[in-house]
Write a protein that binds this ligand. Structure first.
Ligand SMILES: [Zn+2]
Length: 485
């Protein structure tokens, strides 16, 4: 069997659209599943769209997502160059060869003439190029006279054209519905589609993965392959990634790119894992996959024909799972700048960060801040928070436990040992003959001033240190006494 070779051929736009990243991922998985080659080719001939630094965005995104290429502009390979603007010289020769083979012809129609034909035919316009009927001599005469021309595909003597798509199955298109497209423009440069065919063939690409909007134009490209006598590639047309039932996900409409998601605190691994499941389903219920696992189980036969809806809630859930599973050291390094912004006092930031790891869904300040801002300063909290039905606490019966906790903790010498703080507090329920909650709820409320906190009273007290813990408990006692007076 031929070695599988796939390529990702993005245009440098300055961001990575989620749909494009999914295409890259599928191409990568198809190649790697069979131990094949994955190529990166930059399609930069659309000068109007060129953005400074945009090629680096492509490199960075791919590397961050662990989509490592075997050949590409930066690392070379046997089939270069891998940047389309450096290949521009080769296309015209291929087009001229195609003319000799009967698959294309010179077309001298001007835009005016085309417009007139369009008007005449109205909605049913189908361009039949009159230049097809020019004799060799007539063509040469025009070329010698310097008449501007394009090279246009010739589609004749074909009735039905068919191919097999790995996702959509057998596709039959009546050749009557195929328009003879321009291959080389009047400026001598190739059209996007023609350049693609030549690049794919000369790079030995075996599998072409692209959006299903190409399903109906693929027969035209196949006829070009046929005219040259080249093997057609295997086609994998994929359904679009949608924002909702009606709308495609699109950066132009303000939908998030890969870069936007990362900026919002989504982890590249989680994004890749999530988009692998957009339009593809594994054979089992497993949802969390490493790249190695994806390579192993990926199968084009399980790509869906129907559009996939990008569900940010699902991605957010998955991201939370990835955060939970992170190595605590790595997690801390990642959230450290955010934690430092929120807590400036000399507490153990690593311990504070660890309280958030299982509770946040994104690495983002707006997720972390409400969880830990009380370490920086005790909020001016509502005394009603001492009331808790299940814990059987009230404002009145919270005062004594706070006083007892203050006394016990004040006597505790070794604050470095979190276990000692715990043991000290856990002696109190027996002493006062109450349940744990009657002690722990008021203490937690007093030290945090929050209805909900990551971590319990003992963890918070340990981080705050003895002095600040006692101060906060004292504040609680005084405020309760004043409030009840
Ligand atoms: Zn013409």
């Amino acid at each position: 069997m031929k070695k599988i070779r796939t390529r990702f051929a993005p245009s440098p736009t300055g961001y990575m659209h989620i749909g494009n990243l999914r295409t890259a991922l599928f191409e990568y998985l198809i190649a790697k599943h069979e131990d094949g080659d994955f190529l990166l080719r930059i399609e930069d001939t659309d000068q109007g769209r060129k953005v400074d630094g945009a090629v680096d965005v492509i490199y960075d995104t791919m590397k961050t997502c662990k989509l490592f290429w075997d050949e590409g502009p930066d690392i070379g390979g046997d089939f270069g160059p891998y940047v389309q603007s450096e290949r521009l010289g080769m296309y015209k020769g291929y087009a001229e060869k195609l003319i000799e083979l009967g698959g294309a012809h010179h077309c001298f129609c001007t835009e005016c003439e085309l417009e007139a034909l369009r008007k005449e035919a109205g909605d049913s316009f189908k361009f039949v190029d009159p230049c097809r009927n020019l004799t060799k001599e007539q063509v040469q005469e025009k070329l010698d006279a310097g008449v501007p021309y394009v090279i246009r595909q010739t589609i004749e003597n074909v009735e039905m054209t068919s191919y097999y798509d790995e996702v959509y199955g057998q596709i039959d298109v009546d050749a009557k519905d195929l328009e003879e497209q321009v291959l080389i423009k009047s400026d001598g440069f190739p059209t996007y589609n023609f350049a693609n065919i030549i690049d794919d063939h000369t790079m030995n690409i075996t599998h072409v993965v692209r959006g299903n909007e190409y399903l109906s134009s693929t027969p035209k490209y196949n006829l070009v392959y046929d005219s040259y006598g080249w093997d057609r590639p295997t086609y994998v047309h994929v359904p679009p990634v949608m924002k909702d039932e009606q709308h495609k996900l699109s950066k132009r409409n303000g939908d998030a790119s890969f870069q936007d998601l990362v900026a919002k605190g989504y982890l590249p691994e989680a994004i890749i894992n999530y988009i692998a499941l957009l339009g593809w389903s594994p054979e089992t219920d497993q949802e969390i996959y490493t790249m190695e696992e994806l390579i192993k189980v990926f199968n084009v036969k399980r790509i869906s024909k129907s559009p996939a809806i990008f569900d940010i809630e699902k991605l957010t859930w998955m991201n939370g799972e990835y955060i939970k599973a992170m190595d605590p050291e790595v997690f801390f390094e990642m959230v450290k700048p955010i934690v430092e912004e929120i807590v400036t006092k000399p507490y153990d930031l690593k311990e504070i960060a660890s309280l958030t790891q299982s509770r946040i869904k994104r690495i983002a300040k707006e997720e972390i801040e409400p969880l830990i801002d009380f370490f920086e300063s005790l909020p001016d909290y509502d005394l009603e928070m001492y009331k808790h039905k299940k814990m059987k606490t009230t404002m009145e019966n919270s005062i004594e436990p706070l006083k007892e906790a203050y006394k016990a903790l004040e006597a505790l010498e070794n604050w470095e040992d979190a276990q000692a703080i715990q043991d000290t507090l856990m002696e109190l329920p027996a002493k006062l003959e109450v349940k744990n909650g009657r002690i722990l709820w008021p203490v937690r409320t007093a030290v945090s001033g929050k209805q909900f906190t990551p971590g319990g009273a003992m963890e918070i007290a340990h981080i705050l240190g003895k002095e600040e813990t006692l101060r906060r408990i004292q504040v609680g006692i005084e405020r309760l006494e004043a409030g009840l007076a």
